[in-house]
Design a protein around this ligand. Structure first.
Ligand SMILES: *Cc1c(COP(=O)(O)O)cnc(C)c1O
Length: 422
């Protein structure tokens, strides 16, 4: 038996998170033996340039010496205590220092936990149950977020996974990204505790907020006394030193963070306005806890990563330059191949949409041609470039891509576009 057969015998789909299974693109996923910088090495010895980057959790590269050293040192002192450590305070100080909306922060273990906790807090603070999310935005796998749009604005949400109670789904309203009118209609229609949004959408490719969209959300939430939550699990410390809220100059009430802040270990956080966050136990009555929260390996990796970013904050300009280069070269390749397509990058996030002419909201991209992407994906893989195995996932840049590696990858991707079109 090969590794995927062994995995499939004992793990659902052979994977511990669905998109890893290559169901969208066909074929079996490679198993990774190691990573270094921008590259991973598979269990059968192939080296691949990696644009999955742990789904955005890695910002400088695989096995970065600063992170490896910090984790190793922390591990030698003990891997978990369940009582306070100084590194938790330092990481919390670093986050509150850098992220404009965050006065007070609680560390948790995953983005899912962060968003679920933020919603509970918003519901407690407002005494309301309703939440508004956007079609195509992902906020982890907690029940309130596994909901898709019903037909028409007034329709209640319906669960998109069995096991989500209809009552839970009914409290979730689905609006259209970059469409303030769809948000306003829900706010007028029902008692809404919170609007939760990815300030740059990264779970339907990469879709930037239209001019005025985030400001408009801020104004609508103020008008209707709803809590504005920026889910920055992906964008946090990736699209700018102050995350998306600093980049776009809009301050939410609550913010969720994950991925980059834990430097490739299982850590996340939620935080925000002091009066809201003081409602969390034991300061206040809203319960939320975690045996491994603020784990020493996580805080070591997170601190090493954020300190590195602080010392190397020209990275964000370099990401922008790389983004423009990727848009230019892949855009030209699409044109040369006679294929419609959109390439748009924000900071270290890249969206490549094959076969569509615009990508501003979910309905623009929902029915892009999966076969075209599959041919492109496998062409890239044969040429040594590992892309996220789905047409709806953003690609992620790491600092280690920004040498000759990016040119090597772009050449392979240009060839893969030409091949997929023919
Ligand atoms: C990845 C992600 C999550 C979920 O985080 P997990 O750590 O996978 O639970 C939530 N929100 C956004 C925007 C994400 O990109």
């Amino acid at each position: 038996m090969n590794w995927f057969e062994r995995a499939s015998a004992v793990i659902p789909g052979g994977v511990h998170s669905p998109v890893r299974a290559f169901k969208a693109v066909g074929g079996d996923p490679p198993f990774i033996a190691s990573g270094s910088g921008a590259r991973v090495t598979t269990a059968d010895g192939r080296e691949l340039i990696d644009f999955i980057a742990s789904w955005g959790a890695l910002i400088h590269g695989h096995a970065h010496p600063a992170v490896v050293e910090a984790i190793t040192e922390a591990a030698a002192r003990g891997t978990s205590f369940g009582i306070p450590t100084t590194a938790e305070v330092e990481l919390a100080e670093m986050i509150t220092d850098m992220v404009p909306s965050v006065d007070v922060v609680r560390l948790v273990n995953s983005g899912t936990e962060a968003t679920a906790s933020a919603i509970r807090l918003a519901r407690a603070a407002t005494g309301r149950a309703g939440i508004i999310k956007f079609a195509g935005c992902y906020h982890g796998h907690a029940d309130p977020f596994l909901v898709q749009a019903g037909s028409g604005l007034a329709t209640f949400g319906t669960p998109s996974s069995p096991g989500v109670p209809a009552g839970t789904a009914a409290d979730t309203r689905v609006a259209d990204y970059n469409d303030l009118a769809s948000v306003q209609a829900h706010l007028e229609d029902s008692d809404v505790a919170a609007v939760i949004v990815e300030p740059v959408a990264g779970n339907m490719g990469c879709i930037p907020p239209a001019a005025g969209f985030l400001t408009g959300l801020r104004e609508l939430c103020d008008q209707f006394d709803a809590v504005l939550i920026f889910d920055e699990v992906m964008t946090g410390f990736r699209v700018g030193p102050q995350s998306a809220q600093g980049r776009y100059g809009v301050t939410p009430d609550l913010t969720t963070l994950g991925k980059v802040i834990a430097g490739g270990t299982p850590g996340a956080a939620y935080g925000g306005r002091e009066d809201l966050m003081r409602m969390i136990a034991p300061d206040g009555p809203v319960y939320q806890a975690g045996t491994l929260s603020g784990n020493p390996l996580v805080t070591a990796a997170g601190l090493a990563t954020l300190r590195w970013l602080k010392a190397n904050d020209d990275l964000y300009d370099r990401f922008e330059d790389a983004g423009r280069l990727i848009e230019h070269r892949l855009g030209n390749a699409l044109e040369a191949a006679g294929l419609p397509g959109i390439v748009q990058a924000v900071g270290g996030m890249v969206g490549v949409f094959l076969g569509v002419d615009r990508a501003t909201t979910w309905s623009d991209v929902a029915d892009l041609d999966p076969n075209l992407f599959n041919r492109f994906f496998h062409g890239a893989l044969r040429r040594g470039v590992l892309l996220p195995p789905s047409p709806f996932e953003a690609w992620f840049l790491m600092e280690s891509h920004l040498d000759s590696t990016l040119d090597i990858a772009l050449t392979a991707l240009e060839e893969s576009i030409a091949e997929a079109a023919s």
